[in-house]
Design a protein around this ligand. Sequence first.
Ligand code: NI
Ligand code: MN
Length: 227
Amino acid sequence: MPKLTYHGHATCSLETDEGVRLVIDPFFGDNPVCDVSVDDVEADFILITHGHFDHIADAIPLAERTGATIIATFEIASYMETKELTASPQHIGGAVSYPFGRVKLTPALHGGIVQLPGGEKYTSLPAGFLIDFESGQRFYHSGDTALLTDMQLLKGRVDVAMLPIGDRFTMGPDDAVRAIEFIEPEVVIPIHYNTWPPIEQDAEAFKAAVGDRAEVEIMAPGDTYGF
Ligand code: NI
Ligand code: MN
């Protein structure tokens, strides 16, 4: 079963039983709640939902040191290839099989400017990831997004979902509950909250609001969860 380690904000790593290591939305150095330095993280694949700094900031140093393959939209993947990094471009609705499982990019409603050192900035579509692990577990990281009726299409296809609850820039707790009603996952891990004061939320209150719709796994940075 994949082992998930939460690093705070929207950043997590996953390791499969076969030892394949994934990092989603690498944001370590400037992440005020992060448990680990980017220098201590290993990766075979780096998945990036969108180009906002709080999702992409450490992608280049992590990819340079580990040689990991970057999985992202065509625009972000193409940008990474200009930095002589290895990337696997995809786009929303398309799936690709990798040694750990199959990754499909899902719609997200959010901004998409790419912010990286050097001042290069352009816009691209944000995305989420639906990962069907070889071992059978189905995992969804929504990325930064508003509540979408498209999430109804995920019903019955997700075991564990990471959903933002921070409000202001993404879904807040109320809309995250509605997203759970759409998706019907077994387990929900709330993310993208309590990183900074503008996205402070009470995760226990969220858990109470979810009730018996799903099991809510509240993770602190550094916590691990097997599923
Ligand atoms: Ni964002
Ligand atoms: Mn964000």
